[in-house]
Ligand binder design. Structure first.
Ligand code: C5P
Length: 400
C-alpha cells in the first residue's frame, strides 16, 4: 500500500520559532515520496526563508494572497490539487483566523477553498495556549473535524518550561502517514508481539538476544495507520513504542510474562502477529543473590520456554496467525516447516547472514509462506514498507 508516495501535501507555516523544525518535516515528506508545496505566512518568513522552503520542497512557495501561476489563481489550484493540509507550527493568531474564516493569507484562502483533511500542530507559550479564547477557537476547529497534534510540554521560546511546544517532527510525520493511509483494517483488534524477552539468571544478569523490536513496531504502526486497534506486547526494545491513539502497549520481560499477557488478550483479537524473538530457554532457577565468580568453570541449567506462537496455533477458535522465522540456513525448507508445525496462516521468514543481519537493521527482506508453500518474496526495503506489504497479504486473506 502506498502512503505518502504519489500524494500532495500542503505545509502551512505560522510565525513561531518552531518553524525551523518544519524544515525537517518537509525533508521527511519529500524523502517518503510526497510532493509538497509550502505556504508560509508573512510572519513565518521572519523565521525561515522562502529560499530554504523552496529548496527543500523543490516547489515554489505560496506566499501572496493575490498569487497566480500561468493565469491560474494559486490558492484555488492548490486546494483542488492537495490531499492534505498540515499547519506546523499553528500559532495562536493562525488558529484564531482559521476558526473565524479569515482570508488575509494565501494559506487561509487555500484552507477555505479545501474540503479534505487538515492537521494542525499548535505551538505557543503556555498561557496563550491555555487562554479561554485560544481554547474556544481550538474547540471550533476540533468540531469542524480538524485534527490536532500536541502541543507537548518542554522548552519554550521564552526559556521557560511548560505546555505549548510544537509536537515532535517524527510524531507529526507519523500522524500524516496515518491520515494518508486508507483504513482497510478498521474494526480489527490485532495483537503484536515484539522485541526480545529477558530471562533472569540472578538480580543482575540475564539471557536475551539481539532483537531490536523494529519489525514488530513497524507492524504495530502500520496496523494502527490502517485503522486497527493494536495491542503491542513487547520485551525491552531499542526503539520506543509508537505513541498513537490506537496502539496500547504491554511491556513485559520474560517469555512466561509474554505468554500470560498474550493469553489475556487473545480472545479479543482477530489477528495475532508473533514477531518477538522469544528466548527458547530460561535458567532453571533465578538465583536470589548475585552469582559469585569463585569457580573457574560453571554450567547453566536451562529449561525450555513456552512457545507462544505454537500455543496460539492450537487454540480453537484461533485468530488469523502470522509467525516470523529467522533462519541462518536452508531458509525455505525450515520456514515452511515452521509454518506447518505452528499452524500459522502466514509465516514471514528472514534469512540472517553477515550481509543481511536483520537484527537492529532498518531494512528487511522477507519470504512469506502459507500452508501450501512460498507465496511472496518481499525485496529488501524499509521495515515500515515491509510491514505494509505483509499487511496487504493479511488483508486479502483475513475474513472479518
Ligand atoms: O521456533 P522459532 O523461534 O524459530 O519460531 C519463531 C516464531 O515463533 C516467531 O514468530 C516467534 O515470535 C515465535 N516464538 C514464540 N515463542 C517461543 C519461540 C518462538 O512465540 N518460545
Amino acid at each position: 500500500m502506498k502512503q505518502a508516495a504519489a500524494k500532495h501535501i500542503t505545509i502551512g507555516i505560522g510565525g513561531g520559532i518552531s518553524a525551523y523544525r518544519t524544515l525537517e518535516l518537509i525533508r521527511l515528506l519529500k524523502k517518503s515520496g510526497a510532493s509538497v508545496t509550502v505556504a508560509p505566512t508573512k510572519a513565518a518568513l521572519h523565521f525561515v526563508t522562502e529560499l530554504s522552503l523552496e529548496t527543500l520542497s523543490q516547489s515554489a512557495c505560496l506566499c501572496h494572497p493575490l498569487q497566480t501561476n500561468n493565469g491560474q489563481i494559486s490558492h484555488i489550484e492548490e486546494a483542488y490539487r492537495t490531499d492534505l493540509i498540515v499547519i506546523a507550527p499553528a500559532t495562536c493568531d493562525l488558529i484564531a483566523k482559521m476558526a473565524h474564516g479569515f482570508a488575509d493569507e494565501i494559506l487561509l484562502q487555500t484552507l477555505l477553498s479545501f474540503q479534505g483533511p487538515v492537521l494542525i500542530a499548535p505551538a505557543m507559550e503556555t498561557h496563550m495556549w491555555q487562554h479561554p479564547a485560544t481554547q474556544a477557537n481550538i474547540e471550533i476547529l476540533r468540531n469542524r473535524g480538524i485534527q490536532i497534534i500536541g502541543p507537548d510540554s518542554g522548552d519554550l521560546a521564552s526559556g521557560r518550561q511548560g505546555l505549548g511546544r510544537m509536537a515532535s517532527v517524527d510524531a507529526i510525520f507519523e500522524h500524516i502517514l496515518a491520515m494518508l493511509t486508507p483504513k482497510d483494517l478498521a474494526g480489527i483488534q490485532a495483537l503484536v508481539t515484539a522485541g526480545p524477552t529477558i530471562e533472569s539468571l540472578d538480580p543482575i544478569r540475564f539471557l536475551s538476544n539481539h532483537s531490536s523490536g523494529k519489525m514488530g513496531v513497524a507492524l504495530a504502526k502500520a496496523l494502527a495507520q490502517r485503522g486497527a486497534m493494536v495491542h503491542l506486547v513487547h520485551g525491552p526494545m531499542s526503539v520506543t513504542p509508537p505513541r498513537l491513539a490506537n496502539i496500547r502497549t504491554y511491556p513485559i520481560r520474560s517469555a512466561n510474562d509474554m505468554l500470560g499477557q498474550v493469553l489475556e488478550l487473545v480472545d479479543h483479537v482477530q489477528l495475532a502477529i508473533c514477531c518477538a524473538a522469544v528466548a527458547d530457554y530460561r535458567p532453571t532457577q533465578v538465583v536470589q543473590e548475585k552469582i559469585k565468580k569463585s569457580q573457574e568453570n560453571t554450567t547453566l541449567a536451562l529449561v525450555k520456554n513456552p512457545d507462544i506462537l505454537r500455543t496460539l496455533g492450537q487454540l480453537s477458535p484461533k485468530p488469523f496467525l502470522v509467525g516470523f522465522a529467522a533462519e541462518t540456513s536452508d531458509l525455505e525448507k525450515n520456514a515452511w516447516q515452521k509454518c506447518l508445525e505452528k499452524s500459522c496462516d502466514l509465516l514471514c521468514a528472514n534469512l540472517i547472514t553477515k550481509a543481511n543481519p536483520v537484527f537492529g537493521a532498518d531494512e528487511n527482506q522477507i519470504l512469506v509462506f502459507d500452508q501450501n508453500g512460498l507465496i511472496l518474496h518481499i525485496e529488501n526495503q524499509s521495515k515500515d514498507r515491509v510491514a505494509h506489504l505483509i499487511l496487504d497479504t493479511v488483508r486479502q486473506r483475513l475474513v472479518f
